[in-house]
Structures are given as C-alpha cells and as structure tokens.
Write a new protein. Sequence first.
Length: 477
Amino acid sequence: MRADWRFLVPWDEERAPTIRLDPGRPEPWMEDDGWAVTTGPADIVATTGRVGSLATEAIQPARGGPSRRIAWVDRRGSGLDELPDGHRRRHYLPVPRSGPRTYLPLDHRPAIRWWLNQRLGPRLGAASRPMAAVVARVGRRLPGTVAVTTGPDVGPWPPPVTDVVVTTSGHDEGSRVVRLMTGDDGRPQWVEKLANRPRYESETEHEQATLGQVGRQLPPDLAEAVPRALGLDRVAGIVRGRESHCDGPTMAQAVGRLTPRARAEAALERAAAWLVEADRATARSGTWAESESEEFLRSPLAELETFAGRPLDEVRLLAERAAERADGTSMARSFRHYDLGPWNLIIGERLGVVDWELEPPRPADRIGLAGADLLYLATYWRHLVVGARSAADERAVSGFATPSTRRGRWAGRASRAIVERSFRSTGLDLDALPAIWVHNWLEQAVFTANRRPDGDPGPALGYLELAASNPAPLLDR
C-alpha cells in the first residue's frame, strides 16, 4: 500500500486520525507520520482488494464515536457495490500506474481534460472532451483505481473538487506530494506542497524563503521560469506551502523513448540554455586549485566513506585523478538548483524550473560548482530518451559502457555535445569537467545519506563506483 493515497482522504481536524488496516498489513509509515493505528473503532479504514467485512463493519459510526471514512485501493476493479446504501464515494485514477503519479478525480471532467492536454498536447485539446468522458467511465473499473468513501453522517460529500494530486516518485521518504488547485475549468490556479513525513516539513518552509531568494539572485527574464512564493499555512497539523503554477508537462512526461530525436535534443538544449544564462548571471569565476580539490572532492568523499562504512579506494583514486586534471583550469561558483532532474523542469510554452527545496548539508546561499546541475540533468535525460527501466539500462547510457542500441549511442553523443557547448559558453574549461562530474555525485550521495534515517547514499554511489571501475571515458576526454 503506497503512502500517497492518504492525501486523498478529506481530513481537516487539528489532530492525527486513527486508522484501521487490513489484518496482517502493518504500515510503519503511518505511525511514523503520527497516525494512530488501531484494531478498534477508527476515523479512517484503509483496505485493499474487495471491501469485505472489515470495511462494511468499521465504516459504521459507533455510538458516540467518530464518523468513519474508508480509503480503499482497488485491486480488482470491483467491490464498492458491497457498501450499504448512503455510502458516498469518489474515485481517483492514478496515472501512470508506476513511477510519479497523478491522481485524477474521475468526477471532475475539466481536471481530466487538463491532464489529457498535458499528455497529448494542445493540438488535441478540442478532442479531449469525449476522451475525458471515456477516461471517467472506464477509469472506475481499472485495477489500481483508488476509491475514497464515507458514511452518510460525514458532512457534505463529495466535497468540492479543487485539486488534482500529483505525487513524487516515492524513491525517497522525504519526497513531497503536490496538489494542483484547480478552477472550474480544470486549469491549475496555484500549487500546494506538503511533505510525506512531518520530519521534512522544514523543507516546505525553506522552499518558500528560497523562492524569494531565487527572484533576487536571478535577472528578471530568468526568474520568470521560477514559481512565485504565495505563503505557508498549517491545516490539520500539516504545513502546506503555496506557489504559482508553471503550466505544461514536466520533461519527464514530455520526453521518452519514442520522442523524435530532434524534439528530445531541443528539450535538453532549452534547459541547458537557461542554466548557462543563470551561471553567467551569478558566476564568480576562478581557477581550480588545491583548495577546490579539498572542498569539492576530498571532504565529501570522506563523509561518504563514513556513511558507506568502508573505504572507497577506487572512487578516491578517480577523485584524485580528476583533481589533477582540473588543477589550474578555469571554473566558477554559481547559484545552483541541486536537484535539476527532468521531473523538475516544465516544458510548456514557457520553461519552468520548480522544486527549490534546500536542506543541510547543502549551502544556504545555494552557491556551488557551475556546470554540476547540467551534468546531473544530462544523466537523467539519457535515461528518459532510451526508456531505461533497470540499473542495467541506465549503465548502458552512463558513458562508461558501450551502448548496445543506436538510440543509446545517439543519446550519449547528443548529451555530451550539449554539455560541452554549454561549458564553453559558460567559460568553463573542459578539463575541469571530470572533477565537476565526480563532485556532483559525491554531493548527491552525501545529501541523500544525510536525508535518510538509514544513511543510504542511494544510486549516486553506484554511479561513482561505475566510473571508478572504468575511468577512461571520463578522464580521457
């Protein structure tokens, strides 16, 4: 049972809800989030499969007890008919079924049409009205549809539809849920963000401050790509940050293995051009020296070894060789995003750069190595355009192995050419590129390890070890 569906359950009381689950389905994240898991009367019942006796029994209001709601994750496309008369419900269709999801309220056709336009493009907007009707009708019976129901005594139901819930990938427990607050036409008016875990609420607060900082650091034409901060509030004990909406699909939605090469390259070029201008506007140029090797390579590597619990001798050798290559070259420190993946770039009529959260150990002033954001983006762009589905697929387009497909070879050549042109436009020496690449993944690994309770550095350590096992493609450029 994924954690994200709980944001679909209407809850506006200033206390944590009690929740009852299917027998044998403990969900530790609920208690971590402050929910009170019980086997008795509860505010909310969560079940999968057919509704069964658990739901029909538990949803009945107890004398003097709380009203019952049920969040039901449908695995068979049937079962709600078992509920007694008077139980009202709302269906949400998660699309796609894996990866980052958007939960579409199936009784709100404008929201469905908005999503179709995002996926199919404005040219098909006129045709999306009948398609929205089909999605609404068929979606209720699709496996994976989430149904939220309530007993007849629980206030007005369904509440006015004002949001489409967009979840993050779920690979990180600190990931946040995004709610697009829509008008009657289904078009988002603003964005509301809330953390999956209370321990990460400070990130929402910090992002609001950061959005103002970005507006002050960047020239007006570049700052237009960044959302405006609209303030914070706290509802039902959850901190919510509001910001303006950047219209359009993310690069992760707009680019894939079937995207024509020219269009896919244009998307990366467009993002790279924004990064080049942002680096130029905020750069403090310098020369790579021993102090840079210590700050950007050796120090984060030592911290990463602590989290890994073992020496990383091959990675250390790679870092030293990259430092030698960079010594005396031109480099720059500039204003960084630090998580500029395809999921945080909006490819609409206007480019959007979103998700500016920032937590230690990243620097509060967001000043880091120019060029690192682009190297990070280029990696995940390659994953997109080849349709990577596994670690093996990702390694094939990492630059440290020979791709087995023509599209993989094209993706490597295209991204490398765009990166190198961007480095030259920014005034960076290409001999500094290996050191910037190593630093980017060291920084990502240390940040992720600090963020996770188990100290797991995530996939960044794997990228470093892969490069260390075959350093020639990186060092012998």
